[in-house]
Ligand binder design. Structure first.
Ligand code: IPE
Ligand code: IPE
Ligand code: MG
Length: 224
């Protein structure tokens, strides 16, 4: 049985769900947040230590302003209403990505990270304004600046995921089979599950089914 320390999720399909069910993409984002809460609870129940959630990519800035504003408002309200509760549950929140949002959201994110920084039950890594190519370029620039040798260890230490183990399992919902610039380095040996359901329809049962399958995979890491 494989140990499962880190699950990463590309939460895709909100927009399509919203259009289909409520005639509005933004309604899909709102529904998607409910799934986030369910999956956090299930992750704790399954004693998984790291959950990385892809919430906004460096490419998502191409979307209409109305949708971007709605997404960040949702996040702001979530942090304001939920951070104390997450803290009480011993959950740590960490943002992986560049915090260049409104001053209000930047501060709220930093405050939330600081407030929960000593927590140990579960670490939620929120990939927000995250892009793997940006992350790698930034790491190489740092290597050069500090005249460090180009080694696997040194590259890892300049990534936004420094000190976070690589994901054991990647799940992408929304019936799309691509990585969309997510954790290209860190996913080198992850088990990947593409799920047909749209993110707002994804539930604990679906999650457990994937976890069970993951646990029985023969992971070779190049060996036999
Ligand atoms: C993923 O859902 C959430 C974000 C990118 C914020 P989408 O909004 O990409 O949903 P679809 O893929 O358009 O249905
Ligand atoms: C990836 O989904 C980003 C997030 C889930 C936050 P997208 O829906 O943006 O990916 P593409 O553009 O279809 O590849
Ligand atoms: Mg999408």
């Amino acid at each position: 049985m494989n140990l499962l320390k880190h699950v990463a999720i590309i939460m895709d399909g909100n927009g399509r769900w919203g259009l289909k069910n409520k005639n509005s993409r933004n309604a899909g984002h709102k529904a998607g947040l409910k799934t986030v809460e369910k999956i956090i609870k299930a992750t704790i129940r399954n004693k998984i230590k790291h959950l990385t959630l892809y919430a906004f990519s460096t490419e998502n800035w191409k979307r209409p302003k109305k949708e971007i504003t709605y997404l960040f408002d949702l996040l702001e309200n979530f942090l304001i209403s939920r951070i104390e509760e997450l803290h009480k549950q011993n959950i740590r929140l960490k943002v992986i990505g560049i915090k260049n949002f409104s001053t209000k959201l930047n501060n709220l994110l930093s405050k939330s990270e600081k407030r929960t920084s000593k927590n140990t039950k579960l670490q939620i890594n929120l990939a927000l304004n995250y892009g793997s190519k940006f992350e790698l370029i930034n790491a190489f620039k740092n290597l050069k600046k500090n005249k460090d040798k180009i080694t696997e260890k040194n590259i890892s230490k300049y990534l936004l995921t420094k000190n976070i183990p690589d994901p054991d399992l990647l799940i992408r919902t929304g019936d799309t089979k691509r990585l969309s610039n997510f954790l290209l380095w860190q996913l080198a040996y992850s088990e990947i599950f593409f799920e047909k359901k749209l993110w707002p329809d994804f539930n604990e049962k679906d999650y457990i089914k994937i976890i069970k399958k993951f646990k029985n995979i023969k992971r070779n890491f190049g060996n036999i």
